[in-house]
Design a protein around this ligand. Structure first.
Ligand code: MF3
Ligand code: CO
Length: 314
């Protein structure tokens, strides 16, 4: 067994923005500049939005703190960052193959990122030693690239790319099938991808995020797989990991209210066997399935809009 998963998760979930709704947001006058930084007057910007949020808060619903609501300029910045993230994953679509090492993947990610004058978010994040996470077969997530790890025929690998550009963060990941992958593993990869599409249908403003997580969970269970409980998605944009914490193992009608301007990831980790995981004692990062069966994960970054969602990075 590796280090305590809960402890690890708490570390990863560390957020600098107050997640608790007891927090008192400053009251603004109608003609004040809006808190979101749009430069518009409060009454023309988030005035009625805040009234609606206050109603929800009074009903006991967990509402997002102001710090995670993005204004149009910030959203544009996040989109620009995501373009680079997507370009990296597209490059991998074309180039990843049997015989290359995960260190080579790391080199590609690092050089494409630099070419775009961007920064790889994982590098030195909480001490993570590389620019990208590469997670093969029974590795659930946070695999560390290595020159000694060679991709072989039949492997499934998740490459999780996160980019910082002009201070804005993007994060998405894809699965890559190396050579001839068994039908069993292919199905796992497909269901993991489809689970995102299911989840997306529940991303709607003024709906709770637990509806999305519960829908993902139900779909995965129906298909005979399990979902990792301890590691989930996260808000993102101005920082790597912001509120909310996004679970895919939760009851519906729970969790934070989704509202326009929120950006978060949908990234359920789907296990072929049991949901249990452990973290490597050796490196303190690599997460494995307890039963040694394969795991798959795709990750998208979504923006909640006035009438639904926009996929920012995929
Ligand atoms: N992209 C991962 C995530 O979803 C990054 C994990 S932190 C790292 O949050 F240091 F391992 F990169
Ligand atoms: Co993420």
């Amino acid at each position: 067994m590796g280090k305590n998963v809960l402890e690890y998760n708490l570390m990863r979930k560390k957020v600098s923005r107050n997640p608790f709704q007891e927090q008192i947001e400053e009251k603004l006058g109608r003609n004040d500049d809006c808190w979101c930084g749009s430069g518009k007057k409060y009454k023309k910007c988030h005035g009625s939005f805040d009234d609606k949020l206050d109603d929800c808060r009074r009903k006991g619903i967990l509402v997002p703190p102001r710090g995670i609501i993005k204004n149009p300029e910030q959203i544009q910045g996040i989109r620009e960052s995501a373009k680079i993230n997507i370009a990296i994953l597209d490059y991998l679509d074309e180039h990843i193959e049997e015989g290359i090492s995960t260190q080579e993947v790391d080199n590609w990610v690092s050089s494409i990122t630099k070419k775009h004058n961007a920064v790889a978010a994982p590098l030195n994040y909480e001490g993570f030693p590389k620019s990208v996470c590469t997670s093969i077969n029974e590795v659930v997530c946070h695999g560390i690239p290595s020159k000694d790890e060679i991709l072989k025929d039949g492997d499934i690998v998740n490459v999780d790319v996160s980019t910082i550009y002009k201070g804005y963060f993007s994060d998405s990941s894809r699965m890559y099938c190396i050579g001839n992958v068994s039908a069993e593993k292919k199905r796992l990869v497909d269901i993991a991808k489809q689970s995102l599409e299911i989840g997306l249908q529940y991303v709607q403003p003024w709906r709770k995020i637990g509806d999305m997580g519960a829908a993902v969970h139900e779909f995965v269970m129906q298909n005979g797989y399990s979902v990792v409980r301890e590691i989930g998605g996260h808000g993102i944009g101005l920082e790597f990991h912001e509120d909310p914490w996004v679970s895919y193992v939760c009851p519906k009608d729970t969790g934070m209210l989704m509202v326009p301007g929120m950006v978060f990831t949908i990234e359920p980790m789907i296990n072929m066997g049991k949901e249990d995981i452990y973290i490597s004692d050796d490196d303190g990062w690599t997460v494995y399935t307890e039963d040694g069966l394969p795991s798959a994960q795709w990750e998208i970054q979504v923006l909640v809009t006035e009438d639904g969602y926009e996929i920012i990075s995929y």
